[in-house]
Design a protein around this ligand. Sequence first.
Ligand code: SAM
Length: 380
Amino acid sequence: MASARSNNGQTRAGRSRRASRPRRWQIKNADCLKALPTLDAASVDVIITDPPYGINFNNMTWDRPSALDPAHKPGRRAPNADPSAAFQSFSAQWSAECLRVLKPGGHLAAFAAPRTFHLLARGLEEAGLELRDVLMWIQGQGYPATRVLPGGLGTGLKPAWEPIMLARRPLDGSTEHNLAEHGTGAMNIDACRVELSQQDCPTEGRAHGRRITASPQGRWPANLLLSHGESCNGAQCEPDCPIGLLGERHRFFYAAKASRRERDAGCEALPRRVVQTFKIGARNEQLCEDHPVANIHPTVKPIDLMRWLVRLLTPPGGLVLDPFAGSGSTGAAALLEGARFLGIEREAAYVPIARARITHWSRQGPRCQAARRSPQRHRT
Ligand SMILES: C[S@@+](CC[C@H](N)C(=O)[O-])C[C@H]1O[C@@H](n2cnc3c(N)ncnc32)[C@H](O)[C@@H]1O
């Protein structure tokens, strides 16, 4: 692993027994702007991360552009008074370190907000990464954090999708040379094909005037990803579930939103607190009161979605880095996919949650093997 200094909640005996074996995962409690420069150059196969969006999400200090500005000193007035400039400068700074630690041809996938993803894109490019694509994850069910004004007026829309910026460190020579030398530079298309559904008509596609048949291996993965609602099950979808609304004839990857059970799995020994995890409304506030949670992170990503990204972008047994690890969803996904993982998280409160969740999911080995063998199944 690129660097390994803190423990991961392992016992001393367990640590010494495993001392000779390379660590499969680690979470460092650190500011990534300080921790990334300590990692070896070209030591990481892929970076999959969900960085701050710079939109003051839920009034979290870690998402406030002025506090993210690398030039900002706590207690002093931010030198970069323009929030967009502050966010872009932050994005460029962590991206530059990511470029350095990535192997040539290594991919970087970073979630973003529709309102600020152009600033992240500029930051990635300023750092020297190549933008390859923008994936769209439709989760359909964000909360409209906007002002409601009299007369049916409001100041914003319901956030129903999130961009995922896909970038790559420039190749070392040709794709073939890069793959042979570094194992990076291409995506694992076959591992992420979308299984054909019952409704698929084999000759329905058309390209360049020719009829084409769907590959029996499944459909080529698309840059559009969709999520079920939290309470959808195999038999029925919630009324506003995007997959339910699109109907049965779907041809994209599907991942359910992280349920309360998934967010808390592995955290049974951690203290519980009341936080807003249900949708807004008096009834839901009561539900929160009645159901304290151990995973207090407000922006937990679904593990299935993160697994798909890991599967697509990570060479076999590769090292996945998440410099903004939060409650550890990327780490859980990496371990489930048989990869190694290094996470960095600055807020001490999230670190035990991330370690507990990754420990839990790292023990679910058989799922990992099954997922590597077969393409993603539909879930409606
Ligand atoms: C959007 S959240 C990630 C959530 C994560 N995907 C999950 O599923 O739990 C971004 C995280 O970055 C952390 N963070 C913000 N600035 C940081 C920095 N400079 N270094 C390390 N972590 C940072 C925040 O504390 C927050 O937990």
